[in-house]
Design a protein around this ligand. Structure first.
Ligand code: HEC
Ligand code: HEC
Length: 337
């Protein structure tokens, strides 16, 4: 009798060990969902390159992570000679799960993506896998960029292809376990994407907020990086950097703690107040009290129709009461120092 029970128990334990081991092996060996890269060479017309530059700097803020920046100046402007050269993000931002590197996107064949096909670049931007099929850490906002229309993503790639190669060797992204295996479920094929209807202001605004990464900074997250329910765009994400600490603002329509009192004109003015700095270069930063990661300089060049659409969409987002101090420890001052 006992022998029989022990035998059954023994085989159960064995089954659990084998199955569990297989499960763990599967997690490690699993490949992310991935479609073959399109065989496409994007047309390099001047209009398309200009559109790509506009998206890189003023719509999606690719520059914010992938370009060298001068944080000794207000707004941390892009350094032109280091445009697209990449950054070790985990040196700039505390709390990332390991070593996170925004790679060199210039056509340098050794340290950039000069050997990638345009189809592989498009796939990385919209679908989140690199040339070799490795899942990218979703700090790269591909979950939002999958919304990019075929025209827009091709414009960005035309712009990347037009960049002067910058030789800038960077380390590889190295994530801690279990993040390293969990992210494999993030990439998804995007297929072909039609452009959004620009005449529908709210729909166009929703698109611009998605590809603009507003949620990535303005929606607070839990310790597993999942957006907090009921707090969409309500602010409170803390960015702790060597340059200072800044907390994202509440941009819902709450009248006390959000931007509910702002007229559309005032909303536009907030961005265009930075236009002079964006055009002629900002002054030296007075210190951490004015440090920000809000891409004011890039976004100051946005078309008025885009800001208008963003404003219209933000008005449709549920308003959330969430008081935020954007510069903890400093008196609330004007946005512009
Ligand atoms: C919030 C920061 C951030 C923004 C904004 C961002 N990226 Fe990234 N990007 C990253 C990080 C981090 C990685 C690398 C992730 C990894 O290695 O797992 C990456 C990876 C990539 C890759 C793959 C390159 C390679 O060598 O593996 C491409 C291509 C890319 N980004 C293009 C873009 C473009 C184009 C934009 C704007 C439309 C953009 N990124 C915006 C952070 C960002
Ligand atoms: C890289 C992070 C980041 C991204 C991306 C980002 N923001 Fe911000 N934003 C911030 C931070 C941090 C602040 C607070 C500090 C400041 O005002 O500069 C802020 C402030 C603001 C403010 C000022 C609110 C106030 O009460 O003064 C507005 C408006 C705003 N963001 C709108 C947007 C919109 C719209 C988008 C997307 C199109 C966006 N932001 C994308 C980080 C970001």
């Amino acid at each position: 009798m006992w022998k029989k029970i022990l035998l059954i128990l023994g085989s159960l334990v064995l089954a659990v060990v084998v199955l569990g081991g297989a499960g763990i092996a599967w997690l490690f060996l699993r490949k992310p969902a991935m479609a073959p890269a399109a065989s496409i060479k994007v047309a390099m017309t001047p209009e398309r390159i200009a559109r790509g530059k506009y998206i890189f700097e003023s719509v999606a803020d690719c520059a914010g992570c992938h370009s060298q920046r001068d944080f000794s100046r207000v707004g941390g402007p892009e350094v032109e000679s280091g445009r697209g050269r990449g950054n070790v993000m985990s040196d700039l931002l505390k709390g990332l799960p390991g070593q996170v590197v925004a790679p060199n996107l210039t056509p340098d064949p050794d340290t950039g993506i000069g050997t990638w096909t345009d189809g592989e670049k498009i796939r990385a931007i919209r679908e989140g896998v690199d040339k070799d099929g490795r899942a990218l850490f979703p700090m790269m906002p591909y979950a939002s960029y999958r919304r990019f229309s075929d025209d827009d993503v091709q414009a960005v790639v035309a712009f990347l292809d037009s960049l002067p190669p910058v030789h800038n060797p960077l380390p590889q992204t190295k994530l801690i376990f279990p993040v390293s295996v969990l992210i494999k479920s993030a990439p998804q094929p995007a297929g072909s994407v039609a452009p959004v209807d620009h005449t529908d202001r709210k729909k166009f605004g929703e698109y611009l907020v998605a590809v603009g990464g507003c949620g990535g900074c303005h929606t607070p997250v839990d310790e597993k990086n999942n957006p907090l329910p009921g707090k969409v765009l309500a602010g409170g994400r803390v960015f702790d950097t060597p340059m200072g600490k800044v907390v994202s603002a509440n941009i819902t329509s709450d009248t006390d703690t959000g931007i509910g009192k702002w007229s559309e004109e005032f909303f536009q003015k907030k961005f265009y107040d930075f236009k002079e700095y964006a055009t002629s270069g900002p002054p030296p930063s007075p210190g951490p009290q004015s440090f920000t990661l809000m891409p004011w300089l890039g976004f100051a060049n946005k078309e008025p129709e885009e800001l208008s659409a963003i404003y219209a969409y933000l008005r449709t987002v549920p308003s959330v009461h969430n008081p935020v101090e954007t510069h903890p420890g400093f008196p609330k001052g004007p946005a512009l120092p």
